[in-house]
Write a protein that binds this ligand. Structure first.
Ligand SMILES: Nc1ncnc2c1ncn2[C@@H]1O[C@H](COP(=O)(O)OP(=O)(O)OP(=O)(O)O)[C@@H](O)[C@H]1O
Length: 317
C-alpha cells in the first residue's frame, strides 16, 4: 500500500504541490490527471524518489521511505526522459536494471538472459532481443521500456505519459494491452496523463489535479458523473456552463418542441455515433454544445431551436 501524506513541494518561490494526501491500495491502477503544470510529474517523481518533498511523507507498506533514494525503493518507471539506451540491444536494455545490481544481489547471467526473454514475450516482442532501439517502431520501443521497468520486479510501477508521443491507433492498442498486463501481473501502478479519455479508460481510480492540489479522487464513473468541482467537470468530459451557473454535459441536453431555451444553431456535424450541434443562447453569446442521437433529424445551420436539460451538474464547492 502506498500512502502520500501532506506533500508540499516548492521550486524557489513557486509552490508546485500543496499538501497532497493520497492512499493507493495494492493492485490498483491509478491515473494522475490534470492540465500542464498541475504537478502530476512532480508528485510521481516524489513517489519514485527522484525528487524530494519539502514537507510531508511517503509510506510504502507502512514504512516511511521519504528519505530513501530511487535505487532503494524498488519502483519501476517508464518516463519519457528515460529513453532506451541506443547503443544497447533490446535484450540488454531490458536486463539493464539487473545487470547494474551489486554482485550479491545480481542473478546469474543465464537467469538474467532467461528473464529478459520472458519479459520480451510478455510485452509481445519475442525474438526481437538482438535488435537495437533504432530498429523498432515507437510503440515497440515503449513496450521495451515497460519490459525494462518490469525486469526488477518492482513493487510499484510508475508511468509518465507512457504513450504520449504515439499516434492515436497505437495508443489505443497499447492502452488495452497495458490494462491487461497490469491485471495479469498483479501490479500496483500509477500513471500520469493529461488525456482524460486515457484516464477514464485505464484507471481504477482517477486523481484529478489542478494547480498543485487534488480536486477529486474517484472512480472514472464518479469523476465523470459526479464531478466535485467546476474544474473537474470541465476537465473530465465536456461541459456547457449556463449563465445561471448550471453545468450540463452535451449528451444531457435535448432539442424539444416547446418550452426550453432558444439557441441559434451555428454548426452541426457528425461526432462518432451522434450529431454534435453547436449554437448560442438567444440574448447572450453563451456557446452551447449538445449531442443528438444519430437517428434524429439534426437541425439546420442558422435555425433557432429549443433545448432542455435532462440533468445538470451541481458541485459541493
Ligand atoms: N525543476 C524544476 N524547477 C522549477 N520549477 C519546476 C521544476 N519542475 C517542475 N516545475 C514547475 O512545477 C509545476 C508543476 O510541474 P509538473 O511537471 O509537475 O507539472 P505536470 O502537471 O506534470 O505538467 P505536464 O503535463 O506539462 O508535464 C510547473 O509549473 C513547473 O514549471
Amino acid at each position: 500500500m502506498i500512502r502520500v501524506e501532506n506533500i508540499t513541494k516548492r521550486f524557489g518561490d513557486y509552490a508546485a504541490l500543496h499538501g497532497i494526501d493520497l492512499e493507493i491500495q495494492p493492485g490498483e491502477f491509478i491515473a494522475l490527471l490534470g492540465p500542464s503544470g498541475s504537478g502530476k510529474t512532480t508528485l510521481l517523481r516524489i513517489i519514485a524518489g527522484l525528487e524530494f518533498q519539502d514537507e510531508g511523507h511517503v509510506y510504502f507498506d507502512g514504512e516511511d521511505v521519504s528519505d530513501i533514494p530511487v535505487g532503494k525503493r524498488n519502483v519501476g518507471f517508464v518516463f519519457q526522459q528515460y529513453a532506451l539506451f541506443k547503443h544497447m540491444t533490446v535484450a540488454d536494455n531490458v536486463a539493464f536494471g539487473l545487470n547494474v545490481r551489486k554482485a550479491r544481489h545480481r542473478p546469474s547471467k543465464a537467469e538474467i538472459k532467461a528473464r529478459a526473454e520472458d519479459l520480451l514475450r510478455i510485452v509481445q516482442l519475442e525474438g526481437l532481443g538482438a535488435r537495437y532501439p533504432g530498429q523498432l517502431s515507437g510503440g515497440q520501443r515503449q513496450r521495451v521500456a515497460l519490459a525494462r521497468a518490469l525486469a526488477i520486479e518492482p513493487s510499484l510501477l510508475l508511468l509518465d505519459e507512457p504513450f504520449g508521443a504515439l499516434d492515436a491507433k497505437v495508443r489505443k492498442d497499447l492502452r488495452r494491452w497495458l490494462r491487461d498486463l497490469h491485471k495479469q501481473m498483479g501490479l500496483t501502478s500509477i500513471f500520469v496523463t493529461h488525456d482524460q479519455e486515457e484516464a477514464l479508460e485505464l484507471a481504477d481510480r482517477v486523481v484529478v489535479m489542478d494547480h498543485g492540489r487534488i480536486d477529486q479522487i474517484g472512480t472514472p464513473e464518479e469523476v465523470y458523473m459526479k464531478p466535485a468541482t467546476a474544474f473537474v467537470s470541465h476537465f473530465v468530459g465536456e461541459t456547457n456552463r449556463f449563465p445561471d451557473g448550471r453545468h450540463v454535459r452535451p449528451h444531457d441536453l435535448d432539442i424539444v418542441s416547446e418550452g426550453g431555451e432558444a439557441i441559434a444553431v451555428d454548426n452541426v456535424f457528425r461526432k462518432g455515433a451522434v450529431w454534435r450541434v453547436e449554437g448560442r443562447l438567444a440574448g447572450n453569446d453563451t456557446i452551447v454544445e449538445l449531442d443528438l442521437s444519430s437517428d434524429r433529424q439534426p437541425p439546420a445551420i442558422g435555425e433557432t431551436v429549443f433545448i432542455a436539460a435532462r440533468r445538470s451538474l451541481t458541485f459541493a464547492s
